[in-house]
Ligand binder design. Sequence first.
Ligand code: SF4
Length: 366
Amino acid sequence: MNTRPWENLYVHVPFCAGKCDYCAFYSEPDSSLADAWFEKLAEDAARHASGALPLKTVYFGGGTPTLLPPDRLERLFSMLEKHFRFAGDAEVSMECNPESLTPEKAKVMSGFVNRVSMGVQSFDEEKRRLIGRRGDVRKVESALEMLRNAGMENIGMDLIYELPAQTLREWRGELEKAVSFGIRHLSAYSLSIEEDTPLAKRFRENGSEELGAEMGELAVRFLAEYGLERYEISNYARPGFECRHNWDVWHGGTYLGLGPSACSFDGRVRWTEVSPVQSWLAGAPPETDEIPEEKRLAEIWVMGLRMVRGWKKGEFDALTGIDPEEHWYKELEHLAAEGFLASLSGRIALSERGLAFWNDAAAEFF
Ligand code: SF4
């Protein structure tokens, strides 16, 4: 496995209007250090830019990128344009919290961003209160209007299921509401995935695994009827609107992460910038994930297996020089015997069952 130039860029905007109870991401509940964050981000971008190919994708995550005022967004975009080159068809995604968006911000975004992922999580006010989700869900409609008025149509949403006391019927109602907005992408995560939060732990103890599985199955069936096909364990899209940034990252693509807590991968080594923002500003070095090559290969392999399409034959070999069918012959044979592999010609991919138990399937390779 060799070091390769950067193909994708991730920018972490670590500021939020407050902290949601279930949140396991690194974010600060105030933006008083936004100026200092921007200056350091620009220095890091200048330092790393020469090692980048024309970028295939850029992803602004957080935190709440849309909390930045319009002039700061404009400076951020022009700073990146100054340092990096972009592929002609580059995908530029930004996470957006509806309540922080304004028509001016939407206009500035439309000059650089071509894909928006709206953090909704739930349309149910009571459920939002129970999980400590901040913000006003009534703003979703007006935020969509702002984005569309600014000419942005490639819009997706994030929802969480297995919320406290949520029924299957209520979850269906959430999905119905989301598709009524004509979205092109949907991420649906179970609350129990956010393992580092007290809320998720408490709820997992009380929740029913069976109901969680039924909710996942309902999402697959219901969303397919609306043209949103499942392409990854938790992600659904209209054909051609899959998130290319994640797609590439999940298939061993290189990515440069800028900002506190951002991860980078150069084809061989992965490292994570430190958090909180104060340590990052003080120049604390990133934490390098030093693992043996065999483990890195397995990591890339199993991440690709999160995708419904899995790996095309020859794809993993071209990236790593390893033929997975030879290298993991026994493991693949065992997965097939367990019914975890799909029978697709020209591909190695997990079956429905394999996707449902991805953790178990992945463990085979370590
Ligand atoms: S808005 Fe998002 S990043 Fe910020 S605290 Fe809430 S869940 Fe976390």
